[in-house]
Ligand binder design. Structure first.
Ligand SMILES: Cc1ncc(COP(=O)(O)O)c(C=O)c1O
Length: 392
């Protein structure tokens, strides 16, 4: 097996053999050679229907012709200048309009976007503390983990939110509007409304982390009607290349240097290759029917539910929950059970030519490239195996 040989070399130079922890699975991850549409293939010639989609960015599938051509053309005219380009302006305008952000700043990764949105919140409010949601993921910087300045409360718990914020000590409350890093967990009716109301009342900046949900559930952001103060975007806006952004209300964003005094900079920010890919992707997406993606996601959820498990779903993303009660926050998740099930599910599914995340805490993504036929076949296989495991 070529993957095994490559992994034996990789483990000597990369911690655990990989460049991001979720990519590892036992005994070794399959090394991927290429992808087209909803399919990927590995160095040993195995093909898979892909429901990982690089953890969310590839809503148009792999190697979209228009995006690939745009990247190739851009690369021949120079890949970076450390100066503004017309493409970054065009992409910025599309995002600003569709995500309803007065102003934004491009950065390179979702983690960078949330980090700077949180730093900016501290700068503007002159408060130190950050409130986040248990199980919420915003990148691997120190603000993502509870500690001296960071406290966590449960998702969908408006009362705890109100209690915490009423101290008026928090610079920001950051949350994913639909949790996507503990499987999918949806906001209950009224919750995001409460988030808006309490953050405003107590002078805390409301950051909607839409790194996953931005341009996934619709062309724009999930939480626009709640008018978050700041929004973070990543994944889809880069069309399969590293690009992210933070943005929002002008009165906050105008503090960013050189307009204001808040320091944030980046050699690769608004990189021409990335904004070109993002521009091509968003232009295609602006003409897509998200109703179709919703339909495919519903079909997938319906099939998985037949196995007797719970499925949480929004357009383009879904996950199974192994619980007798509705899963409304991370505290309701029995991780030990999830991992036990996954250890039996994941290898079987992989060997059946279906790529899902090796961790049950990740989400299953559907792209515009998936067909009803793929989804029916693949979800039947997954549901069949889950039913066997669930009942045993
Ligand atoms: C909601 C959310 N925010 C932030 C991040 C961090 O993004 P990146 O991996 O691009 O740094 C992720 C990554 O999965 C995410 O899901």
């Amino acid at each position: 097996m070529k993957s095994e040989k490559l992994f034996n070399k990789a483990i000597k130079i990369f911690p655990g053999g990989v460049n991001s922890p979720v990519r590892y699975y036992s005994p070794y991850p399959r090394f991927i050679k290429g992808g087209k549409g909803q399919k990927i293939w590995d160095v040993d010639g195995n093909f898979y229907d892909d429901y990982v989609l690089a953890y969310g960015p590839l809503i148009l599938g792999h190697a979209n012709k228009t995006i690939s051509r745009a990247i190739a053309e851009r690369s021949q005219k120079g890949t970076m200048f450390g100066a503004p380009t017309e493409e970054e302006l065009k992409l910025g305008e599309i995002i600003s309009k569709s995500a309803k952000l007065d102003m934004l700043r491009f950065v390179n990764s979702g983690g960078e976007a949330t980090y700077h949105a949180l730093r900016l919140s501290r700068f503007v409010t002159k408060r130190k503390k950050i409130l986040k949601v248990k199980g919420g993921y915003h990148g691997t910087h120190d603000f993502n983990y509870p500690g001296e300045f960071v406290k966590e409360i449960d998702f969908n718990d408006s009362q705890s939110l109100k209690n915490e914020l009423s101290s008026r000590e928090y610079a920001a409350f950051i949350l994913e509007p639909v949790m996507g890093n503990v499987g999918v967990v949806l906001p209950q009716d009224g919750y995001l409304q409460d988030v808006r109301e309490y953050t405003e009342k107590f002078g805390t900046i409301y950051i909607s982390d839409e790194v996953i949900t931005g341009f996934r559930t619709k062309f724009g952001i999930y939480s626009d009607k709640y008018e978050p103060d700041l929004v973070t975007l990543g994944k889809i806006i880069g069309g399969g290349t590293p690009l992210a952004a933070y943005g929002g209300k002008e009165e906050i964003m105008k503090n960013v240097k050189p307009a204001g005094e808040f320091k944030q900079a980046g050699t690769y920010s608004g990189n021409p290759l990335s904004v070109t890919a993002g521009l091509a992707a968003l232009r295609i997406l602006s003409r897509k029917d998200y109703g179709k993606l919703n339909y495919l996601s519903n079909v997938a959820a319906g099939i998985l539910e037949k196995s007797g498990v719970r499925v949480n779903m929004v357009t383009g993303m879904l996950s199974m929950h192994f619980s007798s009660e509705e899963v409304t926050n991370y505290s309701r998740i029995d991780l030990k059970l999830y991992y036990q099930i996954w250890s039996k599910l994941f290898p079987y599914v992989l060997n059946s030519g279906i790529f899902i995340a090796p961790s049950p805490e990740e989400t299953m993504f559907i792209s515009f490239s998936h067909t009803l036929k793929d989804i029916t076949r693949d979800m039947d296989i997954i549901a069949g195996r889950v039913e066997e495991i669930w009942k045993s």
